[in-house]
Write a protein that binds this ligand. Structure first.
Ligand code: FES
Length: 143
């Protein structure tokens, strides 16, 4: 009978492997590890090792960062995924739905800012009483 268990040491990736296969710097791998976004262990030679699922986690982190998701939001989202399990299609759907809400909020704030800038183009007054960029919450109106 064949033993189907996989020895994690035999399939583990080094820091350099993760960096190379993910297209990121070694220092970024260490950073993600230190921030708890990915996990590692030390082998018998005291070298850091990563399970192969880390490649999909890093891919997820890179995509999320590219679309402007904060590291804290990424950390929270990844914290619900079991370690040493590759994020599944349903994991990705849940994460992308959650991040879509955050992106919609960011887009809304940026559109508002752009519209406020339209009012300022060619003006330059930067008046607390008049300028929506200088006084975005219209704080002066409530004084
Ligand atoms: S600079 Fe004048 S309204 Fe903003």
């Amino acid at each position: 009978m064949v033993d189907k268990r996989i020895d994690p040491e035999k399939t583990a990736l080094s820091v350099g492997d993760v960096a190379k296969r993910s297209g990121i710097k070694v220092s970024t791998v260490h950073y993600y590890d230190a921030e708890g976004l990915i996990t590692s262990w030390r082998n018998h030679g005291n070298q850091r090792r990563f399970s192969r699922d880390v490649l999909r986690r890093v891919a997820l982190i890179k995509i999320a960062q590219r679309v402007g998701i904060s590291l804290e939001e990424i950390r929270q989202a990844l914290s619900v995924l079991p370690h040493h399990r590759t994020p599944s299609k349903s994991d990705w759907q849940a994460l992308s739905n959650q991040w879509r809400i955050s992106l919609d909020d960011q887009i809304g704030r940026l559109m508002k800012l752009r519209n406020q800038m339209d009012e300022c183009i060619g003006c330059g007054c930067l008046s607390l009483g008049q300028c929506p960029l200088r006084n975005p919450g219209d704080i002066q109106a409530h004084d």
